[in-house]
Design a protein around this ligand. Structure first.
Ligand SMILES: Nc1ncnc2c1ncn2[C@@H]1O[C@H](COP(=O)(O)OP(=O)(O)OP(=O)(O)O)[C@@H](O)[C@H]1O
Ligand SMILES: [Mg+2]
Length: 736
């Protein structure tokens, strides 16, 4: 290397100072430029100022720079190198640590040597490395190195600044984005909150409406008005355009429109009566639950009604049924909407509450109507109807009851239920009737009320029962219905008198049949009296009157006279129409009395009499004459039945037994010809007779008498021949 001349050195110094000044100015020029531009301008400036063969800026892979590697060449042909060849050339510097370094490399094209200087840039964040190469052996001298360092430093500062700014910008953008996102979220939340607030306000209003409705409807006067109010309330709640309310007609089995809103005549005619229909209300009635049709155009089943829906102007409909206690359909509430629509869950829930209130109100109204109907029936009934507490305190008495016992208008009813009855029945109520009602829940029977003013006895047929709560079955009160049977009693008495008359007539007839034998029975003692009287005279007319014989004759006369008088007394007693007197007596005595009356008849008819009368028979409480009549009827029937019998001895058997402690039985058996089987069931019918002179009364009167005594009378054919008539009467009382 040749030594530099002083002036040459000065020139070079001046040139470098100028270059240095230019390089220092670069920073302000680059300020607003991009990284690509800055690195390109740096490379161009270095190439020119330092007369370089190559500048290569390698960007650090970790650097956050919006730039790529820059490659400039100074005209010696190094630009022909491929990038990998270039990297091979610079490999020692690329691999070295991040510090400025200078060295020599082999020029792969020219074959000479290349002086290389590398300078890393970027602090504190490494941004890259600037590689420079010149074919001059003295490159870089001290000043060039300084220039190189200042230039790279200038670019590095601008790039670092830009990197920092970029980072700040990025951070700012991130913050801005987060703020914007936050604002957006806040706005959304705010509008959501507003919506919620509006919704809550609407719900609150709806609840207030419902509350107001629930206090107003129970006092509404009638069912029609309940339905109208409910319809309007539901329409307001659901914001519906049309609506109608229907009532269920149980007789016709369908729904009838009773209230409507905004619906035209065509609709009302079309749905005037709905049964088994596919419209919403028809379906809801069948399913017993709400039906929602969100769009009638899309609901296939609704197709038949689409035209009327279009004409009316609705697309959606809901029908909610009113189901009463026990599942009965009471009616339907329907709302309609111009557009396809489905009411919200909240609206549907509130609709159900409205419908429940309406249902309760309707049921209450109907129950009130039922009650007032029942009350008017009770008030207008001709029977005594009374209600009392379970403890027996009278609470209510209807008009007929008040009249029956003589209470004046406005006069308070008697407090104690027993005071309505005669003293005997009042006691019976305590001892017998109430225990029976407790046991069975009711009691039926005859009692007597007492007229509070006159004290008159009013015979009634009384029904006493408990009134129960329908749902729980709990006893609520005691009730009674009494029917005045004074008239019936009178009629019964008249009938019984007629029967007594008949029985009397029948007795006279029976006696008629016995006339011959009675006459015979009286004639006998009379004849004996006459005979004894004659004898007595003779004993007295003797020279020496035989007083002993005369006394004996007189004794016989008295005996026979008594006999005759006894017969007459008996006939008289039997024939007299006396009042019935029941007394406790022995059936065997009555049998014997009858046999005494019929004895001659039996002899005349050649009937052999067998009697088997049980000893120690319990007494029975009967009317003597009536029981005589029964036995006499049976005996006469047997005698008459045996009259045609000639081939065998006629036998009449009378047996009395006591089958058990509670009853006495008497059998009257003959061996006559009996009855034809088809007549057997009719024997006791009034006027049934097979005899030419018969009345057909004997057995029917006998049965009535026995039954009036609480017994039974029946007929049974004997196994061989003849008939047995048997009666049973309850034992009781003491024999007199
Ligand atoms: N012991 C008997 N054997 C056969 N038939 C009898 C006997 N007792 C009754 N009957 C039949 O029953 C009928 C009805 O008897 P019931 O005593 O009621 O009437 P009656 O004897 O025909 O007429 P009356 O009114 O005068 O008694 C008789 O006509 C007779 O046919
Ligand atoms: Mg008879």
């Amino acid at each position: 290397m040749s030594a530099e001349r002083p002036d040459e050195g000065l020139d070079r110094f001046k040139r470098h100072v100028t270059q240095l000044t230019e390089v220092l100015a670069l920073r302000s020029i680059w300020h607003a430029h991009s990284a690509v531009h800055i690195l390109g301008a740096l490379s161009d400036t270095l190439l020119r100022m330092l007369r370089l063969s190559l500048v290569y800026v390698l960007i650090d892979p970790s650097a956050d720079l919006d730039a790529c590697d820059v490659w400039r060449e100074g005209g010696e042909g190094l630009g022909r190198l491929r990038e990998d060849e270039l990297r091979d050339l610079l490999a020692p510097w690329i691999a070295s640590d991040r510090s400025p370094s200078v060295g020599a490399a082999h020029d792969p094209l020219g074959g000479g040597r290349l002086a290389v200087a590398s300078l890393p840039f970027g602090f504190p964040t490494p941004l890259g490395t600037v590689f420079t190469a010149a074919s001059r052996a003295d490159y870089p001298d001290e000043l060039e190195m300084l220039l190189l360092q200042v230039a790279v430093r200038q670019a590095s500062v601008v790039l670092e600044e830009q990197t920092r700014l970029q980072l700040q910008r990025n951070a700012l953008a991130g913050i801005e984005a987060r703020v914007a996102n936050g604002i957006r979220q806040l706005t959304e939340a705010n509008s959501e909150l507003q919506g919620l607030q509006d919704g809550l306000a609407a719900e609150l209003r709806a609840m207030a409406d419902l509350h107001e409705f629930s206090t107003r409807v129970p006092v509404t006067s009638d069912v029609q008005s309940v339905l109208e109010q409910t319809l309007l309330a539901i329409m307001r709640l659901q914001n519906a355009d049309f609506g109608n309310a229907q009532l269920h007609d149980p007789e016709r089995g369908g729904l009838v429109i009773v209230a409507h809103c905004n619906l035209p005549l065509g609709f009302l005619e079309n749905f005037a009566f709905v049964r088994d229909d596919h419209c919403a209300s028809g379906r809801a009635a069948q399913a017993r639950k709400r039906i929602l049709i969100e769009d009638v155009e899309r609901d296939d089943a609704f197709a038949p009604h689409r035209a009327i829906a279009a004409a009316t102007g609705f697309r959606a409909v809901q029908s909610t049924p009113l189901i009463g206690h026990g599942g009965a359909l009471l009616g339907m509430l329907s709302t309609h909407f111009r557009k396809p629509h489905r009411p919200s869950e909240f609206e549907l829930r509130l609709t159900d509450l409205y419908v429940r209130y309406a249902t309760q109100a309707i049921e209450r109204k109907r129950a009130e109507e039922e009650r007032s109907k029942l009350a008017s029936i009770v008030e207008n009934s001709a029977d005594f109807i009374g209600i009392a507490s379970l403890a027996g305190q009278a609470l209510f008495l209807n008009a007929a009851g008040r009249k029956m016992i003589g209470l004046h208008d406005g006069e308070p009813i008697l407090d104690d239920i027993r005071s309505y009855l005669t003293p005997e029945d009042s006691e019976r109520l305590r001892s017998h009737i109430m225990p029976a009602v407790e046991r069975a829940g009711f009691w039926d029977g005859e009692t007597s009320l007492r007229h509070i003013r006159t004290g008159a006895v009013i015979p009634v047929l009384q029904h006493v029962f408990f009134i129960h709560e329908s749902q729980t079955g709990r006893r609520l009160a005691l009730a009674t219905v009494c029917r005045d049977i004074t008239e019936r009693r009178r009629a019964e008495r008249a009938a019984s008198n007629a029967q007594e008359e008949l029985a009397h007539a029948s007795r006279l007839l029976s006696l008629g049949e016995l006339t011959t034998s009675i006459a015979h029975e009286i004639n006998q003692p009379l004849a004996a009296i006459v005979t004894n009287g004659d004898a007595c005279f003779r004993w007295l007319e003797c020279d020496v009157p035989d007083l002993g014989e005369a006394r004996a004759s007189l004794n016989r006369i008295v005996r026979d006279a008594n006999r005759a008088s006894e017969v007459i007394r008996r006939v008289q007693a039997f024939a007299t129409k006396g009042t019935l007197i029941r007394s406790s007596l022995n059936v065997n005595d009555v049998i014997r009395e009858v046999l005494a009356l019929t004895q001659n008849e039996l002899v005349r008819e050649e009937v052999v009499l067998h009697t088997e009368l049980a000893d120690d028979l319990a007494a029975v409480l009967v009317d003597r004459v009536e029981l005589q009549q029964v036995i006499l009827n049976l005996v006469i029937n047997s005698i008459e039945a045996m009259r045609p019998v000639t081939e065998r001895t006629r036998v009449l058997s009378i047996t009395s037994i006591q089958p058990d402690a509670a009853s006495v039985e008497v059998f009257v058996r003959d061996n006559g010809n009996g009855v034809e089987l088809q007549h057997l069931p009719r024997l006791f019918d009034v006027f049934f007779t097979t005899k030419s002179g018969g009345m057909g009364l004997g057995l029917s009167i006998s049965r009535r008498i026995i039954e009036a005594h609480g017994g039974r009378l029946c007929a049974k054919p004997n196994p061989d021949c003849g008939l047995t008539l048997c009666f049973r009467v309850p034992a009781g009382g003491r024999a007199t």
